[in-house]
Design a protein. Structure first.
Length: 381
């Protein structure tokens, strides 16, 4: 059976301690849910499930934030919700699960996405794990930033190489916003600032237009004294949420929906948990096999910019032309709200396929402890 993608929406990404600081995570998660329902005139009673990714499931994001967001935004009590954590791949994993449930024939209308309020619920990732058997079996587990340094070392990426990639991300993101590339998916957020003034956030606010290799070169390495990874060539810490609507053929007909794309394949893999961030390589290969497509048939790739060496290495290993990768910039420029990013990238890929009148896109993210996730979609013309 086929899983169709009907629509995709997202909030602007708010910088850490920025415009979205006073917005509760539950309310942040509610925004794309409300928007995708209104835009598609959904009969909410027919929604079979809502699946959100969220990495920091504690404090204000604890206790199944998906269901709390549904309740807060006035969805019927009959609509269930669930939250999952697969580190940075959570948002796309949620979308994969939604697509798979529709393709199985068990569900007809599913919303998937993710949320992460990294200001109010700061990231806490510790791979040490005390004296557990995991630590004994894998005594050399490292933080992700150190893993990025290992990738740069393996592929001989010097500081200029990774900073040049970061400059590219900033420039492409600025150009994309100027040309309205994200307008189809963005849900503006109205709020009162600390002075009580009414403001609407309509644009990702982490971006630094005009960033150059020269300005980036002034930043100090974070993980190694003589390393190449800095705050400038790493993904930004931001707040944001996203939602994607999936439907079966029956769901399309019953709800008078217009599909924008179909899901051709999904993939989840696991690889070396120490170097950890090269999971997109086998994930993309597996997704291509499931879709029965060749790599050169894919028009666009969205590969999460956790750190600059990641998309560079994926491009090199798979021989993907850089002009097909992250054509509107990525997380280095716009930020990486952990649980939401995968769903955001899926919406970006869908919008850009339509903007360019192209056919196939692949979305993939690296994940902690060596995992990788991917989805391939085909635009419906």
């Amino acid at each position: 059976m086929t899983s169709y993608i009907i629509d995709a929406v997202r909030t602007p990404r708010g910088k850490r301690k920025g415009s979205l600081s006073n917005l509760h995570p539950v309310d942040l998660a509610s925004i794309p849910l409300t928007a995708i329902s209104k835009r598609n005139e959904l009969n909410k009673e027919r929604i079979d499930d809502v699946i959100f990714g969220c990495v920091s499931e504690r404090d204000e994001q604890d206790n199944v934030i998906t269901k709390k967001a549904l309740m807060a935004s006035g969805f019927p009590e009959s609509v269930p919700g669930v939250v999952l954590n697969r580190f940075c791949g959570s948002g796309l994993s949620a979308c994969n699960w939604a697509a798979q449930s529709v393709m199985s024939g068990m569900q007809d209308l599913v919303i998937a996405g993710g949320v992460e309020h990294m200001t109010r619920v700061p990231m806490e990732i510790d791979f040490y794990n005390g004296e557990s058997q995991l630590n004994k079996a894998y005594p050399k587990l490292v933080m992700q930033g150190e893993s990025a340094e290992m990738i740069a070392e393996r592929y001989s990426y010097d500081r200029n190489k990774v900073d040049a990639y970061a400059e590219r991300s900033q420039n492409l993101a600025a150009k994309a916003w100027e040309q309205g590339a994200f307008q189809k998916s963005i849900v503006p957020i109205a709020f009162n600032n600390t002075q009580g003034e009414s403001i609407t956030l309509e644009k990702d606010e982490h971006m630094r237009p005009g960033t150059t290799v020269e300005t980036l070169s002034a930043l100090k390495p974070v993980f190694r004294q003589n390393g190449v990874i800095t705050a400038g060539n790493s993904s930004g810490i931001v707040d944001g949420s996203a939602a994607v609507l999936f439907a079966s053929e029956q769901g399309v007909k019953q709800n008078n929906l217009k599909p924008r794309a179909r899901v051709l394949s999904t993939a989840i893999v696991s690889s070396d948990p120490v170097i950890m961030l090269l999971g997109p390589i086998p994930a993309i290969q597996k997704a291509l096999g499931k879709a029965q497509l060749k790599l050169e048939q894919i028009d666009l790739f969205e590969i999460n910019e956790a750190f600059a060496p990641v998309p560079l290495a994926v491009s090199e290993e798979l021989n993907i032309p850089m002009e097909k990768i992250n054509v509107n910039g990525g997380a280095i420029a716009m930020g990486h709200p952990l649980g939401a990013t995968g769903a955001m990238l899926l919406g970006t890929a869908l919008d850009e396929l339509e903007n360019r009148n192209q056919q196939y896109a692949c979305v993939s993210l690296c994940i902690g402890m060596g995992m990788g996730v991917a989805m391939i979609i085909e635009r419906i013309k």
